[in-house]
Design a protein around this ligand. Structure first.
Ligand code: ATP
Length: 363
């Protein structure tokens, strides 16, 4: 990423609440570069510091130490209204007594923009969020999903360089949330505005984002595309928080991007290794349940064991295996119509691992 491609640069940001013995580090030395025109997601469990980081970018609060830059300029000390940044909150915060159009135009009127310009922008925003038909309806007389669209239109109206979104879909029901996810992605690519989106929902993060930063306990653990984060989780927390994983102990024999590994079963296999990790050493590895398959014989199996349980999920089936080398392992197989289950609990099974299915973890 070159300097000119960077929209927001967060460098070494720490945020401490309280002092002395009761001091709490909500963010510890967080650094991240967010690209222009990127859908960037902060993903992590409740309390990991996502909202705190968003509030620092918005200017509602200031870092204890570190810098925040926008387009190469330090904005750490600027007030929220001085930053070309807007925020959409979970609560929408609309004015209930005003119409949809008035809500969308409100911010522009506060900025003393000419009436004709306000009207033109409001019309453009109504069309962008597909709310033309409800322009004159009061916002306490529209649905939750429609209110969310108005809140988005209002935040996009002054054409900020960056739009911050703090769990904006969490109040919507499942179906509407799915629709709005697609809608948000469309809005981002049509406007070209950098979106920084906060969520604790891993599926939402995977489906919407260009890149994701996975956070835990005030730090960023890994940054990457959804595919990188899912296929190459470098830490146990990341592998566990996003999707399901099998964790095994192993011996890393050789390092490098594609290293060689000996599993507890004695089987040797290639694995992807985090940068800079040296070998030989004991490591933990993560294997996604769908990157493994059951084999009938033990010959070409990487692992062997006894089938304990078969759990049918509709789209796929989970096979719980007690490994001969100790521990348990889940294999996930996609179901297809008309295929009958031939395996039964108690059967001796082998597990084969596809190429690039084993990821070495840092911890
Ligand atoms: P959630 O998804 O629950 O909103 P989050 O990841 O957004 O979680 P933050 O709101 O950033 O988490 O909070 C991070 C930590 O900092 C939490 O433990 C929270 O209690 C603490 N914290 C946040 N604001 C303050 C404050 N003003 N004073 C003291 N502690 C705070």
């Amino acid at each position: 990423m070159t300097e000119s491609e960077i929209s927001i640069r967060v460098s070494g940001v720490t945020k401490t609440f309280g002092e002395g013995a009761s001091a709490f580090h909500a963010l510890s030395d967080v650094s991240v570069d967010i690209r222009k025109n990127e859908f960037f997601t902060l993903l992590g469990p409740s309390g990991c510091g996502k909202t705190t980081l968003l509030r620092l970018i918005a200017g509602f609060d200031h870092p204890t130490s570190g810098r925040i830059e926008l387009d190469g300029e330090d904005i750490s000390q600027l007030a929220p209204f001085q930053r070309p940044v807007n925020t959409v909150f979970q609560s929408y915060a609309l004015f209930p007594h005003m119409t949809v159009a008035q809500n969308i135009g409100f911010g522009l009127e506060m900025l003393d923009r000419p009436k004709a310009e306000v009207a033109a922008t409001v019309a453009q925003m109504l069309s962008l969020v597909r709310m033309e038909a409800l322009a004159d309806r009061r916002t306490d007389q529209i649905s939750g999903g429609q209110q969310q669209r108005v809140a988005l239109a209002r935040a996009l109206a002054p054409h900020p360089k960056v739009l911050l979104l703090d769990e904006p879909l969490s109040a919507l029901d499942y179906k509407l949330r799915k629709d709005m996810q697609i809608e948000l992605k469309r809005l981002q690519s049509e406007t070209g505005i950098t979106f920084v989106f906060v969520t604790h929902d891993q599926e939402e993060a995977l489906t919407m984002s260009d890149r994701i930063a996975v956070m835990n306990q005030g730090t960023i653990l890994q940054i990457g595309s959804p595919r990188e984060i899912y296929d190459r989780p470098e830490q146990r927390f990341v592998a566990d928080f996003i999707g399901d994983s099998n964790f095994l102990e192993a011996e890393l024999l050789t390092g490098g991007a594609s290293g060689r590994l000996r599993l507890g079963s004695g089987h040797e296999i290639e694995a992807s290794v985090p940068e800079g990790m040296t070998a030989p050493r004991r490591v933990s590895v993560s294997i996604r349940p769908e990157h493994a398959a059951l084999t009938s014989g033990a010959e070409d199996a990487a692992l062997t064991g006894t089938l304990k349980e078969i759990v049918y999920f509709g789209t796929d089936t989970h096979y719980h295996v007690a490994l001969g080398s100790g521990g348990s392992f889940i294999v996930r197989r996609q179901n297809s119509r008309g295929v009958t289950e031939t395996l039964e609990p108690g059967a001796a099974v082998g597990i084969s691992l596809g190429p690039r299915s084993v990821q070495v973890l840092r911890d």
